[in-house]
Design a protein around this ligand. Structure first.
Ligand code: HEC
Length: 160
């Protein structure tokens, strides 16, 4: 990587990570898997390194992200939410990042999701949500209350 790009990246990282405890430091950049660097650059400024967000402003992704798969439209919401759909990551990088986030933040409890694909992200993000809150609230109301853990292999496929 050229020094000038490295500098720009470092500045971005530091800006995004100002309030974060375990932020990825510039020296870690080469060693971290690509998804983690993508998350650090494009998402953690708002969602924080561990996904906890900011109470009342940015939702906590931990445990709840996967649950959107359990209701119709939730899967599309995860792509069409502005922070995801309008990021500078390309479609392939976005699909890779979302699939990683699901594994990190907790999978759905009642169904098995298919991984996001590049084509799917490409189609969905064009119609990104100008007003995400009402859509989120409606989805949240439909998400079933926590269920008994079941064997993952016996779960049905998630709705679209
Ligand atoms: C400018 C702040 C900001 C950035 C940057 C951002 N988000 Fe978000 N994100 C939000 C807010 C706020 C919401 C709640 C919905 C809304 O109002 O947009 C949200 C919602 C989400 C959701 C839906 C989960 C839920 O509980 O509603 C996901 C998934 C998500 N963001 C992932 C990401 C990813 C991945 C990135 C990086 C590519 C990212 N976000 C970048 C602020 C941000």
């Amino acid at each position: 990587m050229l020094p000038i790009r490295r500098l720009a990246l470092s500045a971005l990282l530091l800006a995004g990570a100002a309030s974060a405890s375990q932020a990825i430091q510039p020296a870690d950049m080469e060693a971290k898997p690509r998804v983690q660097v993508d998350y650090a650059l494009h998402c953690q400024g708002c969602h924080l390194p561990d996904g906890r967000g900011m109470a009342g402003k940015v939702p906590d992704l931990r445990g709840s992200l996967g649950r959107f798969f359990e209701v119709p439209g939730g899967r599309a919401y995860l792509v069409q939410v502005p922070g995801v759909a309008t990021s500078r990551l390309d479609d392939e990088g976005t699909a890779r990042l979302l699939n990683w986030l699901v594994s990190q933040m907790g999978p759905p409890q009642t169904c098995r999701p298919a991984p996001f694909t590049t084509e799917e992200v490409q189609g969905l993000r064009r119609n990104w949500l100008r007003k995400a809150r009402p859509v989120r609230d409606a989805l949240m109301q439909q998400i079933p209350a926590a269920t008994q853990p079941r064997k993952r292999s016996s779960l049905p496929a998630c709705p679209a």
